[in-house]
Write a protein that binds this ligand. Structure first.
Ligand code: NAD
Length: 295
């Protein structure tokens, strides 16, 4: 006799597909109004395999919803000045609605300088300080893709958030910190009491056991164990890691920051890896690009 799981899956592929169908309709409207489709460019510096995979997935997603996309591959040896010059050209390109510069960048390039050089109205990754400031103040702007994708995933599945204790593990500028801001804002999803945990947090397991909603974005494979999670919690796994696995054709398998087999049976909802947050991140990028055409 098979036992049905007690938890429900926050399925990012399913939710992303539903949102992408609406985005495709939006793209058609933009095309009929302006005579050209929304256009996103992705800049890739160097030949890092994982970065290339992410960028190619973004380009493919654009094509699937009827956007135009451009992949700009620059050599690993490009100077910071030359990259900044390229960014300025893209800022001025009237045929382009938004663009991203895939991170991480080589060590000789200051990623903060590059982020600052991107025009806020084309910053569809939502990393520019102006867009971060707009998010904090609740003003219109581009939300960072991964946190915004998580918010859309919680909305799609009508997960209750008001008054809940949300613990976010990780305080990076692109995931943990904006996530903590979005979950505490006076909106749905939001209205949580938020604790932002990081590498200096004392007794993390005691904290995570208090979480109604736990968002793991620390970048350590299978760090969150069953003993760290309370019964009935909502768990969102943001981490993504390739683990060597000779039994797979690809030679690797993907795991998150959460030990799924131990944690899932304790959850009410869980966003797994793969198939949870990943597809939502790309969907948010598409949403931001569509927004760039219409504001
Ligand atoms: P990061 O390395 O920039 O930040 C990690 C954060 O975790 C830091 O703030 C650090 O203080 C904290 N941390 C590290 N060890 C800790 C510990 N033992 N206890 C508590 N806090 C600790 O990482 P990031 O860019 O925020 O990414 C986090 C993870 O999410 C990575 O695995 C990354 O690959 C993944 N990610 C996935 C997506 C997606 O679309 N699925 C998007 C972005 C990032």
């Amino acid at each position: 006799m098979s036992v049905l799981p007690t938890y429900q899956v926050l399925d990012g592929k399913r939710c992303g597909d539903a949102l992408r169908a609406d985005i495709a309709k939006g793209a058609l409207e933009v095309r009929s109004k302006r005579g050209r489709a929304p256009h996103l460019a992705a800049v890739l510096v160097g030949s890092d395999g994982a970065s290339r995979t992410y960028v190619e997935a973004k380009v493919k997603a654009c094509e699937e919803v009827g956007f135009r996309s451009s992949l700009i591959v620059l050599p690993e040896t490009i100077t910071e000045d030359d990259l900044l010059h390229r960014v300025k050209q893209l800022n001025k390109d009237k045929e382009l609605d938004g663009f991203i510069v895939q991170l991480p960048l080589p060590d000789h390039i200051d990623a903060d300088k590059v982020t600052l050089a991107i025009a806020p109205e084309k910053d569809v990754d939502g990393f520019h300080p102006e867009n971060i400031g707009r998010m904090v103040l609740g003003l219109p702007g581009f939300l960072p893709a991964t946190p915004s994708g998580i918010v859309e995933l919680l909305r799609h599945y009508h997960v209750e958030t008001a008054g809940k204790h949300c613990v976010v593990i990780g305080r990076s500028h692109i995931v943990g910190t904006p996530m903590s801001i979005l979950m505490s804002r006076n909106a749905y999803p939001g209205n949580c009491t938020v604790t932002l945990a990081h590498s200096r947090t004392m007794d993390l397991p005691a904290l995570t056991r208090e979480a109604d909603i736990l968002i793991a974005a620390l970048g350590k494979p299978e760090f969150v164990t069953g003993a760290m999670v309370r019964e009935g919690a909502v768990v969102v796994d943001v981490g993504i890691h390739r683990i060597a696995d000779a039994s797979r054709k690809s030679g690797f398998r993907l795991v998150g920051d959460v030990k799924f087999d131990e944690v899932a049976p304790k959850c009410s909802w869980i966003a797994p890896v793969p198939g949870g947050v990943g597809p939502m991140t790309i969907t948010s990028l598409l949403l931001n690009t569509l927004k760039a055409c219409t504001h």
